[in-house]
Design a protein around this ligand. Structure first.
Ligand SMILES: Cc1ncc(COP(=O)(O)O)c(C=O)c1O
Length: 423
């Protein structure tokens, strides 16, 4: 796919050097929740331009402000934290180090299909490492992956709710027979993002919490994708009934793509010395100031309620497509975080090539940017994740463009396409 040269943006719209309007159905790399050309945030950034960076001891107050805003919004008893990371990968590492140090235990539990970053360590613990483990020796002896709550393709071929949460129950066996017996933490995405936009069924996190409590395991919510309003709640944990001991935020925290990551946690995990986890560029003033403004804007209850309202509309429109196209096996999501699982209509097998072709075609013909989930044999989920500020009209337009592309691939009639202003 040949990339256009984008020269400006407005909300979910991007304008290329030929003056053509595009719609971004992927929020950049899921890190532009406040959309393009957001004046509220860019005004703040202008003020920071003369001092884009100060060493961490001199930005302690700004970091504290970001952390206390996050703690105030977080579910459960998360009262401490830091905003001293740049990437989600390193923030996840910070969280795991703290869990290991606080407990004196070693192993890290994670889910099949999970994605926690691309550093060697995070590649090692991700259950969906694509082909990254082929080229680097990043197999951690302390990593243990367990079945995901992927009801559409249940690992146990069971059905919810009569399954009795076998995916949680089986974790006891994994710990008993496959771990070192020393478990420091369980890291989990509230919605498995890169693994296929997998939304756990109701009650899953309650069961998982119970298991972690019984076994004294620190439960870490990797909110790198689900945090900052993506699900219609500030924290995805809140939407899914997850009460974590720690939460990790990155991607959307900088509002318009500025790199900043944070970890918040219960007091007992406040154990790391500054020399045990740090990086030079972390805590830049631009990122901190963008984060503070983004948190204020996204946490507005009316804004969150409106994301939920628009998210429901988006879900209904995608669901409607699934009734007309047999190549859609499942539609799942919430808020501005949806996935369309493409399948072979006769066998139900994952159809990754079809998903990729649809994304390419949408890109080339309809000026719509979408992304796909990554596992080599299961990269069959098209992700629909526009900025949180995407209007209802723009959502309709996104779905219409997917509809048009699907119709071309399946030879089906489609609705007439109406362009909206500027598109
Ligand atoms: C759930 C999740 N965790 C962690 C990461 C890693 O974040 P980063 O790319 O900022 O290192 C990602 C990135 O895609 C992610 O989706």
């Amino acid at each position: 796919m040949k990339s256009p040269i984008f020269v400006r943006g407005e909300g979910a719209k991007l304008v290329d050097s030929n003056g053509e309007f595009w719609l971004d159905g992927a929020s950049g790399t899921f890190n532009v929740p406040m959309g393009y050309g957001n004046e509220e945030i860019t005004k703040q950034l202008e003020q920071g331009v003369s001092l884009p960076f100060l060493s961490s001891p001199f930005v302690a107050r700004q970091m504290e402000e970001v952390v206390s805003k996050l703690c105030e919004l977080a579910p459960g008893d998360l009262t401490h934290g830091s905003a001293r990371d740049i990437t989600g990968s390193s923030a996840n590492e910070r969280a795991i180090k703290a869990a290991q140090k606080a407990s004196g235990e070693s192993d890290v539990l994670s889910l099949f299909l999970s994605h926690h970053g691309q550093s060697s360590w995070m590649t090692a613990i991700s259950g969906n490492a694509y082909r990254r483990r082929d080229i680097i020796d990043s197999r951690s002896p302390h990593s243990l992956k367990v079945p995901a709550p992927y009801c559409y393709r249940c690992h146990f071929k069971a059905r919810y709710p009569s399954c009795g949460f076998l995916c949680v129950e089986s974790i006891n066996d994994y710990i008993e027979y496959a771990s070192s017996g020393s478990i420091a933490c369980f890291i989990v995405e509230p919605v498995l993002g890169n693994g296929g936009n997998i939304v756990p069924p109701p009650g899953y996190f309650e069961q998982l919490r119970k298991l972690c409590d019984e076994r004294n395991i620190c439960l870490i919510a990797d909110e790198v994708q689900t945090g900052v309003g993506r699900t219609g709640y500030f924290f995805g944990s809140e939407a899914l009934g997850l009460e974590p001991d720690m939460a990790v935020l990155a991607k959307g925290l900088g509002g318009v793509g500025l790199p900043i990551a944070a970890v918040i946690h219960r007091e007992e995990y406040d154990v790391l010395e500054s020399y045990e986890h740090a990086s030079t560029g972390a805590g830049g003033l631009l990122g901190l100031s963008a984060a503070a403004t983004t948190i204020d804007a996204v946490s507005d209850p009316e804004f969150l309620a409106d994301i939920r309202r628009r998210g429901e509309i988006l879900g209904e429109m995608l669901e409607e497509l699934s009734h007309r196209y047999r190549v859609i096996g499942d539609v799942r999501g919430l808020g501005m975080m949806w996935g369309i699982e493409m399948v072979d209509p006769d066998t139900g097998a994952p159809a990754p090539e079809l998903a990729m072709s649809i994304i390419e075609s949408a890109f080339e013909q309809h000026n719509l940017v979408l992304r796909i989930s990554r596992p080599p044999n299961r990269g069959n989920v098209i992700k629909v994740r526009p900025p949180l500020v995407t209007t209802e009209e723009e959502l309709e337009q996104i779905v219409l463009r997917i509809d048009t592309t699907l119709a071309e691939f399946t030879g089906t009639q489609r609705k007439a396409q109406h362009a909206i202003g500027g598109l």
